[in-house]
Design a binder for this molecule. Sequence first.
Ligand SMILES: Nc1nc2c(c(=O)[nH]1)N[C@H]1C(S)=C(S)[C@@H](COP(=O)(O)O)O[C@H]1N2
Ligand SMILES: [Mo]
Length: 218
Amino acid sequence: MAEDLPPQDSKLTRSKRDWAESGKFLTGRVARSDSERLPPGQHLVKNWPVLDLGRQPDIGLHRWKMAVDGLVERPLSLNWDGFLTLPHEERVSDIHCVTTWSRYDNRWKGVSTRALLDLVEPRDEAVAVMLHGYDGYTTNLPLSDFAAADALLVREWEGKPLTREHGGPVRLVVPHLYFWKSAKWIARIELIGRDKPGFWEVNGYHMRGDPWAEERYS
Ligand SMILES: Nc1nc2c(c(=O)[nH]1)N[C@H]1C(S)=C(S)[C@@H](COP(=O)(O)O)O[C@H]1N2
Ligand SMILES: [Mo]
């Protein structure tokens, strides 16, 4: 009976145990040798290209909000002050865009997706996440990928506030998947019971998007 289950057997603790056992998200610069660092078909760039649908919403911090809802025990709506009170972390990771550019060593600061999931408590039925941007963009990914150890809701890049063109005030960064999964201008994180395609996925992009497996198109 569900009532009798110890808290150790929640969806998230089970998932964390699985993640730890499989060592699944030891991606990026830490775990890969130099020769394996650049995924197949990618080339390195030094600049940081801007790619989006052509609408770059201007969300003032005073009206910025981010919801985390769907299949969770405790839905959350954060304003900017609320976001700032969450524990922040710094991570350095690489970007791999499906249009074949990669950019190494980006220093991010933000809130880890795991910290956020701890707050909302995903229900057992939650298997995937739909991300909604203020520009109307959507993208989907499996919950386990969203919860990768190095995935962050980023508000700073290289020590400065994330610029509007790159998705500020807050964007997602999931380093081990192609960058289209990293939604800019994030407005809503929706936990769902069945993976379903977002904007580019409807248009033929891959449901998961692992750069090392070249999961570009489906
Ligand atoms: N909200 C939103 N997020 C988005 C997009 C978008 O159009 N809207 N484009 C995606 C794509 S296709 C890419 S490659 C990256 C580009 O991020 P950048 O402009 O910071 O390089 O953002 C992703 N996240
Ligand atoms: Mo992209």
